[in-house]
Design a protein around this ligand. Structure first.
Ligand SMILES: [Zn+2]
Length: 1104
């Protein structure tokens, strides 16, 4: 059940925002802050409601338009207050261009070959304009019926219902409206786009090993001559996966080799622990004739203890024992920073204690560490993460170090059950307390002065009068007496109930609607999609998002099916049977019915079920292969407009929309463009039609979720555009077959329908003087430089923000960020979600480098790069990333590290994984595609990554690889992961690899028969069914443990991962190897070792 926070009882601790759990209202108290105290204070105090509130235009800064609350409701009732939200506020000015030529998110990319709907030929008879009353429907339907007849000859035109479910033979007699004539057309000429044979599903990454020629090809471009390393270094890999099978496996105890560097060297993100700058760098330098040798703290050298999981005597360690002797000639992978080591160190150092947010500028534990957060005045890292928690005081410092000042914000992020969800504060009619000038919302950083009668804004320093109903005395420390009782004074994250001033047209919104729009063309039917979907919807509709403990969802639903015409359904509860209305004039889309289209699920249950029963039958024999797409979105948009509500379209679509209609596309895929200056065209939409449509959708609060089921190129870059700009989600099931892919699709659909979501949202990021938000990355639309407009925003979506200096910062006061999201909840409640974060500021770069978070930095870099390819050659984007990263590391070396020879590579402790992670980004399919990565896949990934949070990008670019044979069947813990490299795999092992989208189980050929039997229920390696997608359910601890691991991993990720079993040396192994990110990749991507050398060279060049 999707239960959301509810304000029914003021002052109660509100649960809410947990996507999958049904809450009781107990045990939701916060652990850190006295729980019951919110009760008495939060409600609107009766006596104050009539108080005349001084709300006039209160000293807005020059040039800034009055934001919503400054307008008294009574005097501005006519005024569309919503439209003024954020306009003209000078606080966050226009974006400053920087090194790579960036494209504003909302900028239309189109080369101007707009398709105007008016210019489309109209092959079908036009209808009269839509009628708006129920009584008129029969007329209308009669006309539609005629239309159907006009293009065909068969269909009778009178009956308006389908046959009853009990009598639904396929014959046209019982489905008079069903096959609206179109489908009873004799099919003598099946269109040329006859569905292709898709019985042989292909995979996105079939095996090929054509190396592309890019800078990353190691030997030539990485000049390590000064280090006595042979040019072929990194290529002389030992034979892979040698070494004996593991003895006596599977082990039953915890793996003996725990990471053993907990106390060695400074730890990332622990300000105060680290003594000083210079000593903390990871260092390595070449010993004479020996390549790199560990230095200083020895953390990464050969003297270091083995990597987690790699030292088992005689086990995996054997992998190295037989390395060829020229070993000293190459950089030892064990001597370079290990992601696993860093992850494990952080787990053991920071996973045991709760992370309290009370201290400014604290670096949180890594996203891979399991930890509990206590909100003590700053937003949880689950809502906001920063690349650095210590900002340079001046823009000169920022330029010098090149570390981007960025925050990754997930405003509606889901919290674990044991953490308090944001409380809802209701100030009654007066609305939230805000600064008079910059309109920042009341938060813990506001300073109350003059005995509590006024407060000084932490963002703009303006002093604002405290309204009488909000007045409270101060204690001896200057804190308000009600400090702990009010979330907005003591917590980093909370919500305000918005007043009508925050609503469009000064009217409280209607509850949102969900419209399911189903492609019923040939491919969708043949793959089993339509049948599967309709069957599932019957039960899924019970799980629509609900507000708090509401008994039923306020969300109304509607249904449309389409191929090259659209079919609307009247599912009004009073009908005995659903009614279909066909609109074949797709050039000028309208909604043929209003009453009965969007309905309450419970009331119309019987009619809806009947419809869902009939849809697959009605279209079972269709031969229609052509589809429209633009008109489908238009239809949904028009329906929401007519119902005066926001909402979401769930579009299930299978083909390139080739039918004559607005938004019609052509197949323009051209792989020859790869690695040319024109490659960017592949990521741009092929028509501006969808840009314009997206803009309209955003204005209405119409979010579009797109489920794609393509058998060939469908132009994801264009089809996905509206989804992208409306904050929607895109899913792609290539070569979908209900049998094989149904589980993944249905899981995704369930989660998508049920997840916490806010509609018709606007996000604004305010900052204290000295910095401002200059750039935004994610799935949204921006019509000005400050307001992120979101038709909808769900709990999985993040927005990455970049900040720039516009003045000096002050070490003492630090820097404050406030993110405010105005949105409509699933019940139609207008709310503001506020997140606050305060950061430190420094005059010494060493402080900055000590408080960085590489995972967040990478999240920013990848979003920057993936947007950059829209307007730059991919090669330029890659080089730009390398260059900026090299500057970051060179600046550290120059300013923070102790003097050392140029041959040493010195990395800041907090950034020692920057090279390896950066390399993963550079060799990703989007930036460096192999020959077999489709253009659609690249566009798809590009779109997915745009809204990923830090933990998602972390695992997506550097997958988690778990040795299954080392799992402890008595523990809930996962085995410690290993590094993503082929030479880390043991022939005698079984491994699980996941990256948030893909899930593999790899089986080594020498795996013990007992283990094979326990997991796969066959006797030997040879009998394992390669390509298997589900594990047999066996009643033994190994089978159970592995399956529970798979379940747990799936539950952690926003998308369901289909399992793919890969056997060693099987032809499918190449799919798996694609994800071994430390190795040289088939598409020409450098190995980690090679790339590190390359980075070293770049850094040395910058320093010399
Ligand atoms: Zn202010």
């Amino acid at each position: 059940m999707n239960q959301q926070g509810h304000m029914a009882s003021y002052g109660q601790p509100q649960p809410g925002y947990q996507a999958y759990q049904q809450f009781a209202y107990d045990n939701q108290h916060m652990t850190g802050v006295p729980p019951p105290q919110y009760g008495p204070y939060n409600g609107p105090v009766q006596g104050y409601q009539q108080t005349a509130v001084p709300q006039g235009p209160l000293r807005p800064p020059p040039g800034s338009a009055p934001p919503p609350t400054s307008i008294p409701p009574s005097t501005t009732a006519q005024q569309p207050v919503y439209n003024q939200y954020g306009q003209g506020d000078v606080h966050n000015g226009p974006a400053v261009p920087d090194q790579m030529q960036r494209l504003p998110v909302s900028q239309p990319y189109m080369p101007g070959n707009t398709i105007h709907s008016g210019s489309q030929p109209m092959p079908y008879q036009q209808y009269a304009p839509p009628l708006s009353h129920a009584q008129q429907l029969p007329n209308q339907m009669a006309r539609m019926q005629i239309s159907g007849v006009s293009t065909n000859s068969a269909s009778p035109s009178v009956s308006q219902g389908y046959g009853t479910p009990a009598s639904r033979p396929p014959a046209a007699t019982s489905l008079p409206l069903a096959g609206p004539a179109t489908y009873s057309t004799p099919l003598q000429n099946v269109p040329s786009s006859t569905p292709q044979d898709n019985s042989l599903p292909q995979h996105p990454f079939p095996g090929q090993t054509t190396p592309a020629s890019t800078f990353t090809s190691p030997p030539t471009s990485i000049g390590l001559t000064g280090m006595n390393l042979p040019p072929s270094l990194g290529m002389q890999r030992p034979p892979m996966m040698h070494g004996p099978p593991l003895p006596g496996q599977p082990p039953s105890g915890p793996y003996p080799n725990q990471p053993n560097h907990r106390s060695m060297g400074p730890q990332p993100g622990m300000p105060g622990v680290i003594p000083g700058g210079p000593t903390q760098g990871f260092q390595m330098h070449p010993a004479p004739g020996q390549g790199f040798v560990p230095q200083q703290n020895g953390s990464f050298g050969q003297m270091r203890a083995p990597q987690p999981n790699y030292a088992a005597p005689g086990a995996a360690a054997a992998s190295y024992s037989s390395q060829p002797q020229p070993q000293q000639k190459r950089l030892d992978p064990d001597s370079i920073p290990s992601p696993i080591q860093v992850i494990e160190d952080d787990k053991s150092n920071r996973g045991s204690e709760p992370f309290s947010t009370g201290v400014r500028g604290q670096v949180p534990p890594l996203v891979t560490t399991d930890f509990v957060v206590k909100d003590q005045g700053n937003a949880s890292p689950r809502y906001i993460r920063c690349a650095t928690y210590n900002l340079p005081c001046t823009s000169d410092m920022a330029k010098q170090c090149q570390v981007p000042l960025t925050a990754v914000i997930k405003p509606l992020g889901t919290l674990p059950a044991d953490e308090a969800h944001p409380f809802i504060v209701d100030h009654g009619e007066t609305g939230p307390i805000r600064c008079n000038r910059c309109k920042a919302y009341m938060c813990p950083y506001m300073q109350f002065i003059e005995g509590g009668r006024r407060f000084q804004c932490a963002f703009c320093s303006c002093v604002t009068e405290v309204l009488p109903h909000y007045f409270q005395h101060l204690d001896h420390t200057g804190k308000r007496m009600d400090y702990y009782d009010r979330p907005e004074l003591s917590l980093g994250s909370y919500e305000f109930l918005a007043t009508v001033d925050y609503c469009k047209n000064n009217k409280f919104p209607n509850p949102p609607a969900f419209i399911f729009m189903i492609d019923v063309s040939y491919n969708a039917l043949k793959s089993g999609l339509v049948h599967l979907l309709c069957e599932e919807l019957k039960s899924l509709l019970d799980f629509l998002p609900r507000e708090g403990n509401a008994e039923e969802s306020a969300i109304r639903v509607g249904f449309v099916t389409y191929n090259k015409v659209l079919h609307f359904y009247n599912v009004k509860s009073s009908l005995a049977q659903p009614q279909m209305m066909v609109v074949s004039d797709v050039a000028d889309m309208f909604v043929p019915l209003l009453d009965g289209f969007l309905v309450n699920v419970i009331e119309s249950r019987a009619v809806i079920n009947s419809l869902l029963e009939q849809i697959p039958e009605m279209f079972a024999d269709t031969r229609e292969t052509e589809t429209v797409f633009g008109p489908v979105i238009q239809a949904g948009l028009e329906a929401l407009k007519a119902a005066e509500c926001a909402g979401k379209l769930f579009i299930f679509h299978s083909t390139l929309p080739l039918a004559e209609a607005p938004g019609k596309l052509k197949n323009r895929d051209d792989k020859k463009l790869i690695n040319t200056d024109k490659e960017k065209v592949l990521f741009q939409p092929q028509t501006s039609f969808y840009n314009n449509l997206a803009k309209e959708c955003v204005a209405q609060g119409c979010c579009v979720d797109l489920f794609l089921f393509p058998n060939q190129y469908v132009d994801v870059a264009t089809l996905g555009l509206v989804t992208y700009q409306t904050g929607g989600s895109i899913y792609k099931y290539t070569y979908f077959q209900a049998q094989a892919d149904g589980e993944r699709f249905l899981n995704d659909l369930h989660r998508d329908v049920r997840k916490v979501i806010g509609f018709d949202a606007v996000m604004r990021v305010r900052t204290s003087t000295g910095i401002r938000a200059t750039d935004f990355f994610g799935s949204f639309y921006m019509s000005n430089t400050t307001d992120v407009e979101l038709a909808a925003l769900d709990c999985d979506k993040t927005i990455t923000v970049e900040f720039k200096h516009d003045d000096k910062l002050n070490e003492e006061s630090g820097a404050q960020i406030q993110c405010a999201l105005l949105y409509t909840s699933c019940s139609g409640q207008r709310r503001l979600r506020i997140h606050n974060l305060s950061l430190n500021c420094c005059t010494q770069l060493a402080d900055l480098y000590r408080n960085c978070e590489t995972d967040t930095l990478i999240n920013f870099f990848v979003k920057l790069a993936y947007r950059g390819i829209l307007s730059n050659p991919t090669k330029t984007v890659r080089e730009s990333l390398i260059n900026q990263s090299a500057q970051i590391l060179a600046c550290y070396r120059k300013n923070c590290a102790s003097p050392s020879s140029a041959g040493q590579l010195i990395l800041p402790e907090c950034m020692k994984l920057l090279p390896v992670y950066l390399n993963c980004v550079l060799k990703s399919d989007v930036l460096q595609p192999g020959a077999d990565v489709s253009t659609d896949d690249r566009a798809y990934i590009r779109q997915l990554v745009a809204s990923m949070d830090v933990s998602e990008t972390n695992v997506f670019f550097y997958p988690r690889l778990l040795p299954v044979h080392k799992m402890d069947i008595d523990s809930d813990d996962f085995p410690v992961a290993i590094r993503c490299s082929e030479e880390r795999l043991s022939k005698g092992g079984i491994y699980l690899l996941e990256n948030g989208l893909n899930l593999f189980i790899w089986v080594g050929m020498n795996t013990q028969h007992d283990l094979i039997q326990s997991i796969f229920n066959v006797q030997s390696f040879g009998q394992i069914d390669s390509g298997m997608a589900t594990l047999p359910q066996l009643d033994n601890p190994y089978s159970k443990k592995l399956r529970s691991m798979v379940d747990a991993i799936r539950a952690q990720r926003p998308r369901f991962m289909k399992l793919l079993l890969v056997k060693q040396e099987d032809k499918m192994e190449v799919l798996f190897k694609h994800f071994l990110m430390e190795d040289k990749s088939a598409n020409g991507g450098a190995s980690y070792v090679d790339f590190l050398c390359h980075m070293h060279k770049e850094i040395r060049q910058l320093l010399s």
